[in-house]
Every structure is written in C-alpha cells, then in structure tokens.
Design a protein around this ligand. Structure first.
Ligand code: SF4
Length: 472
C-alpha cells in the first residue's frame, strides 16, 4: 500500500519527578512511532532552568537525536512534546516541521504537536487573518495554535481556550500542547485519531499509539477520550469533558497505519488484521493454491490469518530489503522500477511454477502492485491470485490520511476485473465492507470507513478545503 499517515505525537511530564532518562525514553517513544511519518521530526521542551528549547530536523528520529546540542548537554527535562511528520511534497518543508511555537500575552510559551487534519481550517484562518494574524506555514496545525492563543490572550484561561478550539474545529485532531510547565492533551469530538497516556513512577507519558509507551515499560495505559482534555499540572492529572459527536475512529489505523503491536480504539491491530485474513480465506473455499505469499510487511498478518483458515502454507516468496535507496540519475520510469527491485526479492522456491495467493492490506494507486506482480511473473509464477484484506479504497480521506485524489485511486476509476487486468493477476478479491466491520470487537458504528463507503461522518464542503493553500 502506498498512502501516508499524517504524523505521530508524544509528550512527557516530568516536573515533580527526577527522571534523568527522559531524553532516551523520548527517543524510544518517537522511534516506535516512526512508521507514522518519515519526513521530519521535532521536540520542544522546558528544562530544569525553565528555559524553553526547540529542535527540529528533516529526516528520521535518529537524525534528531544526533543533534549535538541535544545529546551532549546532559539536559534535564521537565515537560516535552514531540512530533513525527509524514512525508509531503509541500513547498517549504522545513518551516512546516512541528512542534509549532507561539507566545501568549502574559509571556508564556506554548508549543503544539498535531496529528490529523481539520476540514474548516481555511475558514478559521481567513477570520484570523482579517483580525491581523499572520501565518508562516501552510498547515492547519498553525491555525489551531493561533486560535488557542487568541482565546487565551482574551481570557487568560488555557482550559477555556482549548475547549473553544475543540468546539469550533471540525475534523481530526489529536494534539499535545506544552504550555508553560503544563502538558495538555486533547482529541476532537469524533475521536478520529488515537491518543493515549500512562504513568510510570511520577512521570506522565502521552503517545499516538500505546506501543510507544509499552516500549518504555509503561503498561497502565488509558485513552485521552474523544472531546476531552487531559491536563497535567503540578504533578496532578485533571480531565475535562468538552463533548462528543458521533464517534468516528479511523478504521484505516487498524487496516494499515498503526503498528501491529498496538491496540488502537480498544482494538488489537494484530488481531484485526489476522481476522481480516481469515475472513478473506472464506471467499476461496473451493480454490487450491500452493502458497500464501504476503506482500512484506503490510500483508504479513492478514496472510497468516488466511493461511491458518485455508490450511494453505505460508511462503515468504517476497523478501523485503530494509535498506532501499532511491536513484535519481535514471529516467523516472526506470527509477520507479528500481524502487521495487531494490525493495523486494523473490524466493524462487515459493514462486516458480506455483499457484500463489498474494495478500496485501490495501491497494491505493495499484502501480507498485503491478510492478511486484510483473517481477513474480518473471520468476515463473504459474498463477497469481491477489487478495486484499480491506475493501476497495474509492474515496479520498479528509481526516489526516494522505490518499491521492479521487482520480488517482484505482478503485475509483476501475471495476475489480479491470483492476485485476491492469495489475496482471489471474483473479482479485477484496474484503467486503460488512465483513470487515463485523471483525471489530467494539461498537462498529463508532468507526469511520468513508474511504471505502463514501459515507463521511462530518459534512465536507470541498470548495472550503482550499488544498491550494493547505498541503494535503
Ligand atoms: S476516510 Fe478512511 S482513512 Fe480517512 S478517517 Fe475515515 S476511515 Fe480513516
């Protein structure tokens, strides 16, 4: 699958504790969320001398934690937020790196890290600009920050400022704020994107996925509830419920984005994908295959489920290299072929003269899949039957997943037999929407599946999105 997630966030509150390991723990947490974005990352924190700091870099979390001033100064941290950004074609990428920072009328610093995408950012940005605000980035996240600072400057009450933002912004936002010496976390009323927190000794930790907390041995984990604010101040936790709409957790977090070691929206990602694979196998009761072959890594868990349910052995016919490089000296087409050829290698024992059932989590454009199938054919596969562990992605997402435009979504433009023909497989089946939703153990009406069904949980006025101003 080829789409991208819009970001991961973390936060730590260590004010009354004496945890010297914070920076190392933040590295581990952010590293655990690297799959949510690879373009850049950053942290803002207040150190023991109450000095505000900000470090951002393009590249990976390991690059951020190689910055000398960060690693060599033995910094004691009392509050911190961090952000991992997805890759984009935005014009001025460095300026869009988060956390974003602003100052309040009473001289406090406020920093924000955001995961999601709000759909009425343009309207609110226009109003703020008419009032004299200026913006230095092309992100909806900066609009949220200005909105909060504006309300705070009038009321000197951060709870009121955040509540107002939750009430006025529409769409997806899981946010952590560093406000002076407090950490404030909140989610939109629909609960589109995940956000959890936990406590170890006297330190509080927040992250987009619980796997980031479990990897630093924080095991008592709770959700920041949709439409709620969690404030950590003076070592104490306070929760404020602002209100909820119809819950609309993103099912694509379970299908693809979240790490298989995570539980999101109280659903195990691993179990969900495994059950999707088992459900797919039911469509093929009368078929005989030699091997179930996962597209690594995205199709692996569904393939395990398919193999278990069908009793067809799992064969790693495609071996993935984790050291891919992009070559820019070749013509575009050849370069794209090379990306696939440097990433996937074929184990002939599993493929040559075999009838294989190829499993992936989803298809977006279909171009990568077409290249993979072509390579398998060249290695002598007798039959290739493609099974997709989610329904066809037919509609764009406006809530923080960077799908291409409708026209670039292959399932929006072609029927299933046409897609099979384009990709070059002998047969193609997708998981039905209803079968996928029935796998959920929690209330299935609490989920958004608009990219599959076209039923958007909030009203979308495409004319007001202004993609020409905001990056996707
Ligand atoms: S449209 Fe799809 S990707 Fe976007 S929030 Fe809904 S389920 Fe998730």
């Amino acid at each position: 699958m080829e789409s991208k997630e819009k970001c991961g966030i973390v936060a730590v509150y260590n004010r009354n504790a004496n945890n010297k390991e914070i920076l190392n723990e933040v590295f581990l947490m952010m590293n655990a969320l690297q799959h949510r974005g690879q373009e850049g990352c950053g942290i803002s924190f207040i150190d023991k001398n109450y000095k505000f700091n900000r470090f951002v870099t393009q590249g990976l979390v390991k690059d951020l934690f190689s910055i000398r001033e960060l690693t060599e100064n033995n910094l004691d941290i009392i509050t911190l937020i961090g952000h991992i950004r997805y890759s984009t074609t935005g014009s001025d990428e460095a300026s869009n790196l988060q956390p974003f920072v602003s100052g309040t009328i009473d001289g406090k610093k406020i920093a924000l890290a955001h995961n999601g995408n709000v759909v009425n950012a343009y309207e609110i940005r226009t109003k703020l600009m008419e009032e004299g605000h200026t913006f230095t980035t092309t992100t909806d996240s900066e609009v949220i920050l200005h909105h909060i600072v504006k309300t705070y400057n009038k009321t000197l009450n951060i709870e009121e400022a955040v509540s107002k933002a939750i009430n006025e912004f529409v769409g997806a936002f899981s946010i952590v704020l560093l406000f002076d010496t407090q950490i404030i976390a909140f989610r939109d009323k629909n609960g589109f994107r995940p956000l959890v927190y936990g406590k170890k000794h006297d330190t509080f930790y927040f992250a987009s996925e619980d796997t980031a907390l479990k990897c630093i041995e924080v095991f008592e984990i709770e959700e920041v509830k949709p439409g709620s604010i969690v404030i950590i101040d003076e070592g104490e936790k306070k929760e404020i419920r602002v209100g909820v709409n119809n819950l609309s957790h993103c099912i694509f977090e379970l299908v693809y984005f979240a790490k298989p070691s995570s539980t999101v929206f109280n659903e195990s990602v691993y179990n969900f994908r495994y059950e999707c694979g088992k459900a797919l196998a039911k469509y093929d009761k009368d078929k005989k295959f030699d091997y179930v072959v996962p597209i690594p890594d995205s199709g692996f868990i569904a393939a395990l489920g398919y193999s278990q349910a069908s009793q067809v052995p799992l064969g790693t016919g495609l071996v993935r290299s984790h050291f891919t490089i992009r070559s820019f000296i070749q013509p575009k087409q050849q370069s794209r072929d090379n990306v696939v050829k440097t990433k996937f290698f074929v184990a002939d024992e599993v493929v040559k003269d075999k009838k294989i059932v190829l499993i992936d989590d989803s298809i977006v454009r279909g171009t990568t899949m077409k290249r993979i199938v072509s390579i398998l054919r060249k290695h002598g596969a007798k039959e290739i039957h493609l099974r997709i562990a989610s329904p066809p992605v037919k509609y764009p997402c406006y809530f923080g997943i960077d799908f291409p435009t409708e026209k670039e979504l292959i399932a929006n433009e072609m029927s299933i037999p046409e897609i099979a023909n384009y990709i070059g497989v002998d047969s193609l089946k997708y998981l039905e929407v209803e079968d996928m939703m029935n796998i959920l153990k929690v209330n299935k009406t609490n989920f958004c599946n608009a990219c599959f069904s076209g039923k958007y949980p909030v009203e979308i006025d495409k004319n007001k999105l202004r993609k020409d101003i905001f990056e996707s």
